[in-house]
Design a protein around this ligand. Structure first.
Ligand code: AP5
Length: 238
């Protein structure tokens, strides 16, 4: 079968868990949506779930907001509890895409333990495939400052590289596009520092496990998608 990005993909094969790694702005959310459509497994974006909790004013949202506003990571325990709840839902039984999780070695170790739990082993015996999107610092800055998102359908745009047909308006549902609160230059700088300090070590963590697949993220989105599909297929053959 021919995939969206022109790659031969066996969509019937069981995909299992897919972990997307990469700096803020590397394209995890953009690619997660395409992988979700293609393989029919849900995108679990910890950033989206946290932002939804903030918007609804839940207890979790109130606790998380103080960290997110400063570009810091939300404490591991809060995020791990949230992820455990989400992964137990029925739609994750055939696999799932983790977008923005894990983000620390402690989260990765916790996830390894969770996936060995009887409940998850029975559902999804395949070990995770980890795809890392590599993008340089200047391009990350351009992408984050140019990002706009649709508050209704979640579609991601970029005023430089993927603009909507009509300025500030979602192509799908006509909603007015929004700029994420943490996409200000000051907060972006803190997010990139947190990434280097706390998330970068995960690359070695998964490389040592033999699970890491590198994708060149600084090319046209459809080329990134094609490489990501190949990485997922290869990872699943292990
Ligand atoms: P989160 O929402 O996860 O943000 P992030 O990791 O900083 O990643 P982004 O969503 O900014 O970028 P992305 O890689 O998804 O890029 P996108 O596809 O949008 O986290 C936000 C906050 O929540 C954190 O700071 C933290 O406080 C908290 N949090 C979340 N998870 C946590 C965890 N596990 N532990 C603790 N705290 C946690 O693309 C970016 C732009 O580039 C878009 O405009 C897009 O159109 C454009 N673009 C994408 N691909 C391309 C391409 N190939 N070419 C050109 N432009 C492109």
């Amino acid at each position: 079968m021919e995939g969206r990005a022109g790659t031969a993909v066996d969509v019937k094969s069981k995909v299992g868990p897919v972990i997307l790694l990469g700096a803020p702005g590397a394209g995890k959310g953009t690619q997660a949506k395409l992988i979700m459509q293609h393989y029919g497994i849900p995108q679990i974006s910890t950033g989206d779930i946290l932002r939804d909790n903030v918007a609804r004013g839940t207890g979790l949202g109130r606790k998380a907001n103080a960290f997110m506003d400063k570009g810091e990571l939300v404490p591991d325990q809060l995020v791990c509890d949230m992820v455990a709840d989400r992964l137990r839902q029925a739609d994750c039984a055939q696999g799932f895409i983790l977008d923005g999780f894990p983000r620390t070695v402690a989260q990765a170790e916790w996830l390894d333990g969770l996936l060995k739990d009887q409940f998850f082993e029975k559902r999804c015996s395949a070990p995770p495939v980890v795809v890392n999107f590599r993008v340089g610092y200047n391009e990350l800055l351009r992408r984050l400052t140019g990002r706009r998102t649709c508050p209704t359908c979640g579609r991601i745009y970029n005023i430089y590289s993927q603009p909507p047909r009509v300025a500030d308006t979602c192509d799908v549902d006509g909603s007015k596009l929004a700029t994420r609160k943490d996409d200000s230059e000051e907060v972006i700088a803190e997010r990139l520092k947190a990434y280097e300090r706390q998330t970068l070590p995960l690359i070695d963590y998964y490389r040592r496990q033999g699970r890491l697949r590198e994708v060149e993220g600084e090319q046209a989105p459809e080329k990134v998608t094609a490489e990501a599909f190949r990485a997922i297929q290869d990872g699943n053959r292990l």
